[in-house]
Design a protein around this ligand. Structure first.
Ligand code: COA
Length: 191
């Protein structure tokens, strides 16, 4: 059973160097800027253009969504570092998809791995998910590495499924399971 109280209301999750907070309209301008960044667009395969008004509307309505979890990543002073989400919730199979995008100034410092770990802890222990899965392009080795460090395993490869800048790319399928996640996190009794 999924624990709806862990999806609505939206939680605040605090880590060592960052905090995951409910995505809201106060994040909209930073979020919109990120959607304009060519490198983020390349790494996430974003083709659509968004207006600021669309992003404001999006951020404003995230708090009311019962079947997904959209959180902003902030430093401990409240500075915007990016956003992440659990989406495509499948209640019968207790699974969901995951996606994340940090702003360029936040990448490469271990913050993504920390944010993903916090979200997975919440997904498995509080929400009650069994499986969290994602897609990542072969052109994004940094994300693949961060996902592996956070506990995702490579499950498959959709060959030449993504066309970007005149080249074909593979889409990699990765997933993390609650059973493996618990095994990877030592319990007090085991330490
Ligand atoms: C993907 C993302 C969340 C990762 O978070 P991050 O904070 O940048 O990553 P971390 O610093 O935690 O870890 C990155 C790892 O990749 C490694 N890495 C960096 N560049 C690499 C490269 N070109 N090839 C292989 N590994 C690389 C780093 O060395 C590090 O591994 P290590 O700790 O073993 O040394 C973040 O970079 C991001 O949001 N990027 C922009 C959007 C994006 O790519 N989203 C994901 C779409 S699927």
């Amino acid at each position: 059973m999924i624990n709806d109280a862990a999806l609505l209301p939206k939680p605040t999750l605090t880590g060592r160097r960052l905090r995951l907070v409910p995505l809201s309209v106060r994040h909209a301008e930073h979020f919109w800027h990120a959607t304009q960044d060519p490198e983020i667009r390349r790494l996430t395969g974003t083709r659509r253009e968004f207006t600021l008004a669309e992003i404001e509307e999006w951020c404003t309505t995230r708090a009311d969504q019962p079947d997904r979890l959209d959180l902003a990543v902030e430093d401990l002073d409240g500075g915007y570092l990016g956003e992440l989400a659990l989406i495509d919730l499948d209640r019968d199979n207790r699974s969901a998809a995951f996606r994340i995008a940090l702003v360029p100034t936040a990448t490469g410092r271990g913050l993504g791995t920390e944010a993903i770990g916090l979200l997975l802890d919440h997904a498995f222990t509080a929400v009650g998910l069994h499986r969290v899965h994602l897609e990542v392009y072969d052109l994004n080795p940094r994300a693949q590495r961060a996902y592996r460090k956070a506990g995702f395993t490579l499950e498959g490869r959709l060959r030449e499924s993504h066309h970007w800048d005149g080249h074909w790319h593979d889409t990699l399928l990765m997933a993390a399971l609650s059973t493996e996640h618990r095994a990877a996190t030592p319990t007090p009794a085991a330490t």
